[in-house]
Design a protein around this ligand. Sequence first.
Ligand code: FNR
Length: 188
Amino acid sequence: STYKVGYFVGSLSSTSINRILSKALIGVAPKELELTEIPIRDLPLYSADYDGNYPPEANALKEAIGRSDAILFITPEYNRSIPGGLKNAIDWASRPWGQNSFDHIPAAVIGASIGSIGTAVAQQSLRGVLSFVNARQMTAPEAYIHYTPEMFADTGEVLIESTAEFLAAFMNEFRDHITRVLTVLPRT
Ligand code: FNR
């Protein structure tokens, strides 16, 4: 089957290497995955005061996740964790209480940094959050991308063959993970 994958880019930077990575992943993804970005930029900062009356940006976020069969997180590492903007989006989507948009959703995590450990610590932090919101995470393969300017063209074309193969294998595994999760029990 074909799966709708909503993806989050954790960076708001206009020159984000993680946005370049998102384009690269779209380029190498198997034909069964249809990738659509879920924007996080215009969300206000979450507060429980909104729980009875979500603003349009937050409703749009929850609807976009609701339309998705699976979620892909493509994130930088900020101070050994995930950027605040991404955490804010996850907090919005996890609420109001009892209406957690991530419940049982198949999910995967990937990220690029200019540091040599390639967002490993941020991803570990994100995985803790995703566990709590009850997402069905792909735990292997892991993908820590140590970004170098030679790796991608700005359009997202992958210039290093071994990197292209690795990213394609990651997306194939994600497709298989989604199939496993949704075959056992489809989301309603
Ligand atoms: C960083 N950077 C960074 N890199 C890393 O590997 N580990 C880290 O903890 C941090 N911390 C950090 C904090 C803040 C506030 C910034 C702005 C940057 C560097 C980071 O990898 C680099 O800026 C990437 O380009 C960020 O990804 P995007 O925004 O280009 O996708």
